[in-house]
Design a protein around this ligand. Structure first.
Ligand code: HEM
Ligand code: MYR
Length: 415
């Protein structure tokens, strides 16, 4: 390895404990201390290089350079990915599978998702009048129904409460260890059994044609064959689970509309560009996926250091979203910074970066923005207050839950 000195080494043998306890701020804090956008250390006793910033994003997302295999903590993989899923594929096999996800994100389907979500929100909101509710809980139910309907699965034929619990626990417990983690694995196994019966029924019945579920059940891979039932189940959960996860952004949006109310532009509540800009700022500022791991496939040089095949890199998504070299007043909620912007800057990477097809960037980014923009609009139209509670966002809960669920009091509607 040539010139590995150009990237500083952190003192100490291993950083696992510090990473778990400092969480979202661990990488940035060390980068600031060392005056470097990268540093080397060990995680779970394995050598790793942490990186942040625009240049790091560009390099990490160079097509063909990295694989996600063997790059995420082994506990995270079974809850958020799974063997044979799109995250584990590379090259042509990845492109063909990824295209299936990208094909689901056409204009009509995005519009349908937003309409379904608005209907589900309005139906639920009728029961909130004059009540104090656990907003996160309410959102899990709304988003599970939205996800099922968007996939062509009729919620009235299914146990929505159980599915909501399983899907929300998968992402809420992905960063935990111990009993909470084991319970999430058990809930995931139960959800997989349910998803398997859906895939097999859809294949047997040859329909309903055109639904998301059918597209997935009949998708053919690189070798021209359908996905195995095991893999199709994982990909169905790769759609349902993150749609429910988008609901956590709604909790952050409510937190922002309350905590940063002085910074919200004073325009009509349903002004689309403003609601969209608020949604972008929520994605930038609030903590979700802390960092993404990759293993080098092709050797490359970066800022005078050489990386060899097999080297483990971890890109700081949260730190890049907060990087003062990219964002003026980085820690302040300023929705208007996104107004009038057509192209997302490379520094906005809450759902990964680079090219969607050539890389592992999240194919659900447009769907997330569509749903989050609508949620901001609905929240702005609703008359609600936040009762006294601890609204701190913990640095080492992945992702954090303000107020343990965020209680909101919804005012009765005027007759
Ligand atoms: C990948 C975050 C919503 C489906 C990813 C990645 C991140 C991410 C960080 C990995 C990027 C990488 O490896 O470089 C999020 C967050 C979401 C969200 C924070 C909202 C809370 C969605 C939605 C869908 C989705 C709504 C689909 C309906 C996927 C899939 C992948 C992925 C299938 C794997 C892509 C691949 O390996 O090529 N997401 N996502 N996500 N996301 Fe999302
Ligand atoms: C999804 O369900 O795929 C979308 C969002 C999941 C976010 C889960 C965040 C916890 C990940 C902890 C990983 C630690 C990596 C170093």
């Amino acid at each position: 390895m040539q010139n590995s000195q150009s990237i500083p080494h952190l003192s100490g043998i291993d950083s696992t404990r510090a990473f778990l306890s400092e969480g979202y701020s661990f990488i940035s804090r060390r980068c600031d201390q060392l005056g470097s956008d990268a540093f080397r250390t060990r995680l779970m006793l394995r050598p790793v290089t942490f990186l942040r910033g625009r240049d790091a994003v560009r390099s990490f997302y160079e097509p063909g350079r990295m694989t996600r295999r063997g790059a995420m903590p082994p506990t995270v993989v079974p809850l958020l990915q799974g063997k044979g899923s799109v995250q584990s594929l590379d090259d042509e096999a990845h492109h063909i599978r990824k295209q299936m996800f990208l094909d689901l994100m056409d204009r009509d389907r995005l519009r349908a998702a937003r309409r379904i979500f608005a209907e589900e929100w309005q139906a639920a909101a009728r029961s909130w009048q004059g009540c104090e509710i656990d907003f996160s809980d309410a959102v899990d139910g709304i988003m599970t129904r939205t996800a099922l309907r968007w996939c062509g699965i009729d919620p009235s034929q299914h146990d929505v409460a159980s599915r909501a619990r399983e899907l929300s626990t998968m992402f809420a417990a992905a960063g935990t260890l111990g009993p909470a983690y084991l319970q999430a694995r058990w809930l995931r196994a139960r959800c997989e059994r349910w998803a398997r019966s859906l895939i097999s029924q859809t294949r047997e019945a040859d329909g309903p044609a055109g639904s998301t579920l059918a597209k997935l059940a009949f998708h053919t891979d690189l070798d021209g064959s359908r996905m195995s039932e095991d893999v199709a189940v994982k990909e169905l959960l790769n759609i349902l689970r993150p749609i429910v996860a988008v609901g956590r952004y709604f909790v952050f949006a409510a937190h922002a509309l309350h905590s940063h109310r002085a910074a919200i532009p004073a325009v009509a509540e349903d002004d689309e560009p403003t609601c969209r800009a608020i949604a972008e700022e929520v994605r930038r500022l609030y903590p979700f996926f802390p960092a993404i791991g990759g293993r080098v496939r092709e050797a490359f040089d970066w800022h005078g250091a050489r990386f060899e095949p097999g080297d483990w890199l971890v890109l700081d998504l949260y730190g890049t979203n907060h990087d003062p070299d990219i964002w003026e007043d980085a820690e302040r909620f300023r929705a208007e910074r996104h107004l009038g912007r057509d192209i997302q800057p490379e520094g906005l990477v809450p759902q990964g970066g680079g090219d969607y097809l050539q890389n592992h960037r999240c194919p659900g980014e447009w769907l997330t923005m569509e749903l989050l923009t609508e949620a901001v609009m609905q929240l702005r139209k609703l008359d609600w207050t936040v009762p006294e509670q601890d609204l701190t966002l913990s640095d080492n809960q992945f992702p954090p839950l303000p107020g343990g669920g965020l209680r909101i009091a919804v005012q009765p509607e005027n007759p």
